[in-house]
Design a protein around this ligand. Sequence first.
Ligand code: MG
Ligand code: MG
Length: 254
Amino acid sequence: MIRLKNEKQIDGIRTSCRMLSAMYRELIPLVKAGVETIEIDRWTRDWIKKAGGKPAFLGYGNKSNPFPAAICISINEEVIHGIPAKRKIAGGDLVSLDCGINLGGFISDQALTLEIGKVSAEARRLNRATRECLNRGIAAARAGDRLLMIARAVSGYAQEEGFGVVRDFCGHGVGFDIHEDPSVPNYPHGPNPRMGRGLVIAIEPMINLGTGDVEILEDGWTVVTADGRLSSHWEHTVAVFPDHTEMLTEALEI
Ligand code: MG
Ligand code: MG
C-alpha cells in the first residue's frame, strides 16, 4: 500500500534529506585512495549521531543477517549494498556511496558514485550517463502520470548509451520506512500506479557497463555485476506535488 505524505510529513522528510546531503558534502572530500572503507563507515556513524539522527541502514534486513554498517560502499563491479571493510580505496575506482538517515522517524535516502583519481574513459562515460539517467527519471516523475514513465526514461537513455540496466533491484517509496511501496523500477515492469500528490520516492538507477544481470555474494548483501564489469549508482529522494516535483535530497558538486 502506498502511503502518501502530507505537507508536514514532507517537511520532516525534507529536513532528514537536507541533513543527509550536508553529510555527503563533508564526506566526499574524505573518500580518497588509501582510505579503508570501514573508516568511512565510522566517520558516517559519528557524523549522523552528532547531528542528532540515526543511521537508517544499520541493522536493516532480516535478523539473521542485518546490514552491519551505516553506509553502503560499493566499488567497481559492486552494484549496491557493499559492506564497509578493511579494503582500501584505490585510484581509478568507481566508489558508490549509499546512505540514509532516520531523523525523528523521517527517513532519507541518497546515493552517488565517485570517480577516484583518474578513472578509465568508459568508467567516466558510464558514471556520467547514470547521473543523467537519474535526472531524466526525476523529470519523468510528475503528478498524474504513471510510475513506469520513470522506468522508461531511465532505461531508454541507458540503452541509447549502450549500457545494461539492473532489473533485480529498484527504487522505492521512502519517508516513514526505508523501503515502502511502490517499487520504482528502472526498467518498465510490474505495477504502474498513477503518481499523486504526496508521493515520496527514491529514484535510483543502477547502470552497468555490460550486462544488467547481477548476483549476490556470500555475505548475503553485496550485489555485483554478473560479468564482473563496472557499475554506477545515483539516487535522490523526491516528493511529488500537484504542479511540480521537488528533489528533497540535494544535488552535490562532484
Ligand atoms: Mg539508497
Ligand atoms: Mg534507495
